[in-house]
Design a protein around this ligand. Structure first.
Ligand SMILES: Cc1ncc(COP(=O)(O)O)c(C=O)c1O
Length: 295
């Protein structure tokens, strides 16, 4: 079996690295009170977690100006963290102060298991600075690759033009089928069912982790989404653990996949709880624990 990154992953990584070198200075961000991360980790998170903002001099930054803030405020991929309301407002006010647009990627925001839904950044934005994007890929059919965008004025026009240049149009048949599915209420019912099912699976994973993980492991309790982010005990590297776990029939996403420099994610992994039954989750986590202990 080959555990190398796919060509696509390498491509994205290279793109982000190049982009980061030339245009974005990733900076520290505590995600919220419950999900506090070492700021270096957040700053260096890969393509899906990059937060580039002008880092004001008074906070020790170079005072440079960023072109875009990219953020996943709901159930971040890969950490599962959710930005609280206060920090959302703060982000909007910072974006206003430095006049930087925000790309809000709400890829799984409707899959919430507890706590109140937070306002979208878009709904808090008085100036049309937020570009909101959503997708049906995660919440309805994986790989569907149909999404939507909410943007204002010239930004919207520009996106429309560049979409036309990019791939002309997304499949009409799929879009029409989706429109019908959503407008008769089936999508809302599907989301409700998914939330009930995935909440049970999340709880099964959290309980199994308590039972089977060795000392020194820690993890976040996601309030929604699809993933648990797990930090390994000192001395265990996710990339070295992966082949051993695979031998036991368990696979996970090593933390390196989500970092500009894969070596920096060695201490972590992303576990998906949404795609397996509770019994399989229990057995998978038991085997993962055995692989960690070298049994
Ligand atoms: C954080 C995040 N945003 C957006 C997407 C995009 O989904 P799609 O291109 O399938 O619409 C994904 C898919 O994996 C994702 O993980």
């Amino acid at each position: 079996m080959n555990f190398q990154s796919t060509k696509e992953q390498e491509f994205v990584r290279k793109m982000v690295r190049d982009f980061a070198k030339t245009e974005v200075e990733p900076i520290a961000a505590d995600i919220d009170k419950e999900h506090r991360f070492p700021s270096e980790n957040v700053a260096k998170m890969g393509a899906l977690g990059l937060l580039g903002v002008p880092f004001p001099k008074e906070y020790g930054g170079a005072g440079s100006t960023a072109g875009l803030i990219y953020t996943i405020p709901n159930f971040h991929n890969p950490t599962g963290a959710c930005l609280d309301g206060q920090r959302r407002r703060r982000l909007i006010s910072l974006a206003g102060r430095y006049d930087v647009p925000i790309l809000e990627d709400d890829y799984v925001g409707d899959i919430r298991y507890e706590g109140r839904a937070q306002p979208t950044l878009k709904s808090l934005d008085p100036d049309g600075r937020v570009i909101y994007v959503g997708t049906f890929s995660k919440m309805l059919i994986p790989g569907l690759r149909v999404g939507f965008v909410v943007a204002d004025g010239p930004v919207y026009d520009h996106l429309l033009r560049s979409k036309r240049c990019h791939d002309l149009a997304t499949c009409n048949l799929i879009q029409r089928a989706l429109k019908d599915y959503v407008s008769v209420g089936r999508y809302a019912a599907h989301l409700q069912r998914s939330c009930t099912l995935y909440r049970r699976r999340r709880d099964a994973m959290l309980a199994a982790l308590e039972r089977h993980m060795p000392k020194g492991c820690s993890w976040l309790r996601p309030k929604g989404g699809l993933f648990v982010w797990l930090c390994l005990p000192e001395g265990i590297k996710a990339s070295e653990l992966l082949p051993k776990a695979c031998e036991k029939g368990v696979v996970f996403a090593p933390g390196g996949n989500f970092h500009l420099d894969p070596a920096e994610g060695e201490g972590c992994m992303r576990l998906n709880f949404a795609s397996n039954s509770e019994a399989i989750i229990e057995e998978g986590i038991r085997r993962l624990g055995r692989a960690m202990r070298g049994e």
